[in-house]
Write a protein that binds this ligand. Structure first.
Ligand code: TRP
Length: 451
């Protein structure tokens, strides 16, 4: 069993990332993913984007820009699972299972929906004017994002805390209804980055696209410079002492400076550095820190097929977790095959486990192999060839030891690994659903019986 902390977060793909998104969400998430204990799932929330935006071009551009920003910022896709929400069909499927247990009253209380209703009422309109079911169900989709991967920690902005709480509510209700004592879903916790969440914008309010006060991140050095020149300052002239602690220009500088750089800048402002020169310093600092990443960003944007490939690999990694889990959840709610062995196995877990058996045999070349047969006799696994019976026996022992199974799926089969080697293969299945069902049956068969 792994004890790593699973961190999961998504960014809605409706805009171009700005400095505030980078410092407040992307940069801390990349840093967090470098911790050896972190198992990070980061994704482009492009189904969420459809709720707010009906401009296909903009959705597409934003998906690419946000993907390129994560990658240019140094995200290591070998360490993390980086994917597009819309590449994971299990997410909308889970959304439906959760929709069927989510209380309507709970969703009535969602801030985003309530704000839209209030606005309609203020304008003397029908309370639901212009409100889609997408907006209304937004928190259920987000719950599915989080619960699908059993995330422990969910880094988000303050406005999203309520949604993480709703994910807990909905997950708990599902656990209660269908878990039969088993907790299908881990209860997630919102993680708020206090120190960076409030990067100020040009006018000193929180940097946000809706206030039109953002500093562009990677578009070009000139764009960044232009925006910086529009930072609002007080009217103190060059030579007059400035108050760093009441200057959001200084706050912006701080967010990217080392302790030493910060102290130096503070001293200069106190000694009367002019605002024009101060803006220049801020630009130099940001350009120095982000210039290389900007180059990588433009390279990535010019070769979208590279990003496509990376994201498809990420989707495969995510689905390797999501598909078997969803198979279990479908099973739990009663969406079961009429014929496949899982239904039988899951309802008579103990019997199946008791009855599954290893059968070893010897090949003509003298090597040893074994099969694992389920209670009903169908083959779950056929081992690779082992030089002697002792090795084969040790492998069957390890498989029954209760340690976490390392199962790796291919298109229509799977294999079981021990210590970095394939030890056994499954039969070939007609489709991935029967493959996943068989993986589940295998896990059940190899679960040690406690009694
Ligand atoms: N709703 C989030 C936002 O707009 C984005 C998001 C979607 C998300 N699904 C998520 C964040 C799951 C964290 C976890 O900021």
């Amino acid at each position: 069993m792994t004890t790593r902390t699973r961190i999961l977060t998504g960014i809605t793909t409706t805009g171009t990332p700005h400095l505030g998104n980078y410092a407040g969400a992307i940069r801390p998430a990349i840093l967090a993913s470098q911790d050896a204990n972190a198992d990070s799932f980061y994704f482009l929330a492009d189904y969420h984007a459809l709720i707010k935006c009906d401009d296909p071009q903009r959705i597409q551009r934003s998906r690419m820009e946000i993907a390129a920003t994560w990658l240019a910022g140094g995200l290591d896709v070998n360490r993390v699972t980086f994917y597009r929400q819309s590449d994971i069909p299990e997410i909308p499927e889970l959304t439906w299972l959760l929709t069927c247990v989510a209380a309507k009253g709970l969703l009535n209380r969602a801030h985003a929906y309530k704000a839209s209703v209030d606005k309609n009422l203020e304008n003397g309109e029908d309370p639901d004017a212009g409100i889609t079911m997408g907006l209304y169900s937004y928190p259920v989709l987000m719950a599915a994002d989080i619960l699908m991967f059993n995330a422990h920690k969910v880094p988000v902005g303050r406005d999203q805390i309520q949604h993480v709480e709703m994910a807990r509510d909905i997950g708990q209700r599902f656990n209660h209804l269908f878990g039969k004592g088993k907790e299908f879903f881990t209860m997630p916790e919102a993680l708020i980055e206090e120190s960076v969440a409030t990067l100020p914008g040009l006018d000193g309010r929180k940097m946000s696209k809706s206030y039109d006060n953002t500093i562009p991140l990677f578009t070009s050095a000139k764009d960044m410079k232009d925006a910086i020149s529009r930072i609002v300052t007080d009217s103190r002239a060059p030579g007059e002492a400035k108050d760093p602690d009441n200057s959001h220009l200084f706050t912006l500088y701080q967010a990217f400076a080392t302790q030493a750089q910060e102290e130096e800048f503070r001293g200069e402002l106190l000694q009367g550095l002019g605002w024009g020169e101060a803006k220049n310093r801020l630009f130099q600092l940001l350009d120095g820190q982000l210039g290389e990443a900007r180059e990588r960003y433009h390279q990535l944007m010019s070769r979208p097929s590279d990003m496509e490939d990376l994201l498809l690999v990420g989707a495969r990694k995510a689905r390797a977790v999501a598909a078997p889990f969803l198979a279990e959840l479908r099973e739990a709610v009663g969406l079961r095959s009429f014929v496949n062995p899982v239904a039988v196995a899951a309802t008579t877990k103990k019997k199946a486990a008791k009855a599954a058996r290893f059968v070893s045999f010897r090949e003509d070349d003298g090597s040893f192999r074994f099969r694992l047969l389920a209670a009903e006799g169908e083959q779950l696994l056929l081992s690779r060839n082992f030089a002697d019976g002792k090795t084969a026996g040790a492998v069957t022992k390890q498989l029954q030891s209760g340690q976490a199974l390392d199962v790796r799926s291919e298109a229509s089969s799977f294999s079981v690994w021990l210590d970095g080697e394939v030890v056994a293969d499954s039969p070939v299945f007609a489709d991935s659903a029967s493959r996943d069902a068989a993986i589940e049956a295998l896990r059940v068969a190899l679960t040690p019986i406690e009694d």
